[in-house]
Design a protein around this ligand. Structure first.
Ligand code: HEC
Ligand code: HEC
Length: 436
């Protein structure tokens, strides 16, 4: 039976969800059109629905079996997108069950009933993606409608280019592929080389596979209003379609991978002026990662004249390899929030976002080094047992290390998106701190 299989793969604890609630308390994400994150109080009033979804998601939804299957079957009665959702809903019935029906069922019902019990009542055709989380209203229900692939769901769509950031975000050993599409005849505004601004119409996708199973593909899109919209699409077992899951999905496709809900995307992606986190001058200053001529690197963007103010050449690090690896790792995994334009920075003053100007000077002169090395911790609430952000030669007494390795603690960093400590990241941090 699907239900019992699903129950057996569910996580025993709901720590991830509890942490998600804490994250929202700390700094509620803003819709992408906002320049500053909203404070929790106003967030509660304005986005009660989404907050409710997170609060009720996971722990208490053991009745998800009926919800998940209800969502799938009623979707089958409806037309267009709902029908498509249901055709995928059958193979993914297990997924609906795994998540307590909060997602497959919830998406079919427009996300209005996260408990899973109402999944069956809702399956309202194209409503699937147009209700529930407001932030997703303007993205298609199906990945096949986004332009990433041709109809075969394999060949890349017109104008879609793969890319790879040189420093990657760790997501519990998930494998990722990434693509971008700029509207025809547009350029990226690079007048601030540390924070690029993308033309209206830009779409960026990121695909996640876990343990060899392709689970989800995420999309962020800058629409006419200048606002960005986000959602993740959950792949159906036959890999012919992926369906929007605005409410997220726990333990998706029988893997331990959790698909974040659309609000959770913003917790990270709203921490930068233009929301794109891994397609930047620093991240693309590397030799092509593949032999695909379509892959975009900074050098190719310069050659193709796609930047408004192209640099003469890609910036390169003058640092030794250990410094480069360490600060590159922190850039991708921590600098997302801990950067001068992010809300976590205004709370803690912590800055791990590399700037181009840093790269040509000695590492000890860089803004990130000066912000960490031998600096007392500033955030004393729920703080780890460490006096310094980085204590010279002493990783045990370094807050960045303690927060990184204690995944169950309230002070765990990053506060969402991962449940397993990255062994390479841990090794790197220890080695770097020991050497300095
Ligand atoms: C824990 C923080 C975090 C969360 C939560 C998160 N992302 Fe990201 N995302 C990142 C970072 C950091 C990168 C760049 C580094 C990389 O790709 O390895 C990224 C990259 C991406 C990219 C490629 C474009 C880019 O910005 O580099 C897309 C598309 C994307 N994310 C979509 C989403 C969507 C949609 C969601 C929610 C369903 C989401 N992300 C949730 C941190 C996050
Ligand atoms: C999704 C946003 C986000 C990401 C990503 C993130 N942090 Fe944080 N961090 C915060 C917030 C918010 C706080 C303040 C509240 C708290 O402690 O929970 C914080 C606080 C901290 C502090 C306390 C600073 C001080 O001076 O006391 C440290 C150290 C820290 N983070 C390290 C890290 C490290 C290391 C990473 C990457 C491995 C990371 N963070 C990734 C949001 C984030």
């Amino acid at each position: 039976m699907q239900v019992s299989i699903a129950m057996s793969v569910r996580k025993p604890m709901c720590t991830a969800n509890r942490r998600a609630v804490r994250v929202k308390r700390i700094y509620a994400p803003a819709p992408m059109s906002w320049s500053k994150p909203r404070h929790f109080d106003s967030f509660k009033v304005l986005s009660g629905v989404s907050l409710g979804l997170v609060l009720s998601w996971g722990c208490g939804t053991s009745d998800g079996g009926p919800g998940g299957s209800g969502g799938a079957s009623s979707g089958g009665d409806s037309t267009s997108a709902g029908g498509a959702a249901s055709s995928g809903g059958a193979p993914s019935g297990g997924a609906g069950n795994e998540s307590g029906g909060a997602t497959t069922g919830g998406a079919a019902s427009g996300g209005s009933d996260p408990s899973g019990t109402g999944g069956g009542s809702g399956g309202g055709g194209s409503k699937a993606c147009n209700e529930g989380t407001k932030l997703t209203t303007r993205l298609p229900c199906l990945l096949s409608e986004t332009g990433l692939f041709e109809a075969d769901m394999v060949t890349l769509g017109e104008g879609v280019h793969p890319f790879e950031p040189q420093f990657k975000l760790w997501t519990d050993s998930a494998e990722k592929r990434r693509w971008i599409q700029l509207p025809p005849n547009t350029k990226i505004d690079t007048s601030d080389m540390d924070y690029w601004s993308f033309p209206v119409g830009t779409k960026v996708w990121k695909e996640f596979s876990r343990d060899g199973v392709r689970v989800e593909t995420r999309l962020i899109e800058k629409q006419k209003s200048g606002s960005w919209y986000t959602v993740a699409y959950h792949w159906q077992e036959d890999l012919k379609e992926a369906i929007a899951v605005p409410d997220g999905l726990e333990n998706a496709s029988g893997t331990p991978h959790d698909v974040p809900d659309a609000d959770a995307c913003l917790t990270c992606h709203s921490q930068q002026p233009d929301k794109v986190l891994g397609f930047s001058a620093i991240q693309l200053s590397h030799a092509p990662a593949t032999d695909d001529p379509l892959e975009w690197t900074l050098e190719r963007l310069i050659t193709l004249d796609l930047l408004t103010e192209p640099p003469a050449a890609p910036p390169s690090f003058s640092w030794d390899e250990l410094d480069r690896d360490m600060f590159g790792y922190l850039h991708a995994n921590c600098g997302t929030c801990h950067n001068p334009k992010g809300s976590a920075n205004s709370q803690t003053g912590l800055d791990m976002w590399l700037k181009i100007a840093d790269l040509s000077a000695p590492v000890t002169e860089s803004s990130v080094y000066k912000n960490l090395y031998n600096v007392n911790i500033q955030w004393l609430d729920d703080a780890p047992p460490a006096e310094k952000r980085v204590a010279p030669g002493d990783f045990e007494n370094s807050a960045i290390y303690q927060r990184f390795v204690n995944k169950e603690a309230d002070f765990a960093m990053p506060p969402l998106g991962t449940e397993v400590v990255d062994p390479d990241g841990e090794r790197l941090m220890k080695e770097w701190i020991a050497a300095h």
